[in-house]
Design a protein around this ligand. Sequence first.
Ligand code: NAD
Length: 487
Amino acid sequence: MTAYPPEYPTVKMFINGAWIAEGEAGSMDVINPATGQVIGQCPKASPAQLDAALAAAEDGFARWSRTPGAERYAVLRRAAELLRQRAPDIATIVTAEMGKPRAQAIGEITGSTDMIDFLGEEAKRRGGRMIPARGPQMIAQMVTHEPVGPSVLLTPWNFPVNLPAKKIAGALAAGCSAILKPAENTPASAQLLVECFVDAGLPAGVLNLVYGDPGAVSEHLITSPVTRKVSFTGSTAVGKQLGALAANHMKRFTPELGGHAPVIVSKHADLDRAVAMCAATKFRNAGQVCVSPTRFLVAREIYDRFVAEFADRASKIKVGDPGADDSVDMGPLAHGRRIAAMEAVVADSGGNRGEVVSGGKAIVGSGFFFEPTVIANPAPDSRFMTEEPFGPIAGIVPFDAMEDAVRIANSLRYGLAAYAFSGNLDEAYYLGRALRAGMVGINQLIISSPETPFGGVGDSGFGSEGGEEGYLAFTDTKLVMLAKAGG
Ligand code: NAD
């Protein structure tokens, strides 16, 4: 068993069953965004270390892909159990690395254990299918799901345990080996997750962990002939670059990208419930969530009340260092550069282009804090209405006809999550069908669970992870036609 560290650990890579603290390409500072202090060093892999991880994944795939599904399940099951036991200590590291309040970090980790369980079980139960033959000579037409091969998993910092867990579990359950390259600012969260799989008995080479400059590492791994699949979560701009690279090398690619989720609030909605849910969910993880509800389109009849109550709730959110105070509702943004991004959005919402009714400023101090911000009636062509803010900023726009609300909701190239609140069944059904998104929540804002697919359309990406799709994403479909040998 790996000795379990409650304090910030020495960050190590994991290559072919060995923990390696030395990055041959140097190291990067890891910064606590609530304090601005350096809390550790993240090693940077050299090309030779990346090649060692690729060789290990190739060898690991040869062995793991032949391991029966029930045995793969058993390893994943144990890993989930270890993660459950270690959640309180891992949550401390998640909070220190990216600033999420402790309760949200615990929720993220326990949600990850359920995801690993579900995908592990798929290894036991997901068979193929038999297709009836057309002629008497044919004995069987079998369709099977074969593991696609060594997979490269590229994950961001906003859910530094859950996103790696979902990709690792899908890959390993399907019989693939993997190389995980997590975000450079949350390496220890990923390391502690990987330790759970190692301590659960995963054979050497099957799961490898590397860090480094994201562009250079991704290019090295994606273009290697060993790699057969790439799974990326991050921004649309980077997703397009990596997708082009994957396409040039004919690699399977699943991009989970940005979003700018609309929320339509009808005059038939339960207003009190809708505004309470919307204000609470918007500022979860400081709004740094790809499915965060962000563009609120509210029926004119209830618009003034919605704005006043939303702004009141936003102004009461307790912002602070979640590592020092468990009662904080919202922590810092993950990077200093995110403050400048928020300021640019607010700057383009002043004057006659909108009204900042709550927040709007960075909070001066040592960490990267920004006030929970509400913009009333932002202009249609403003930065807020057209670019994903990925932070604690909500905008509220009135509408008269429901068709106008749907048109505004569907007007961007993003299509990850969309939401609506209505107590009218016909309207709720219409909205569920009319909103263009990979996931639609009606009268609720939670659209992710271990059993259900997660993915977007348009500039939000394609394909799904989570649910049975999360297993199938790491497989190739194969047909075996078996005919009689003679007369
Ligand atoms: P960023 O694009 O600099 O970094 C985001 C993530 O992408 C990091 O984890 C980073 O390691 C990775 N990355 C960056 N350049 C890369 C490259 N060339 N190749 C491979 N990976 C690369 O953005 P940021 O300022 O850290 O975060 C804000 C933006 O990131 C937002 O626009 C948001 O859309 C996006 N983001 C999306 C998600 C999501 O869940 N879809 C999560 C985090 C960030």
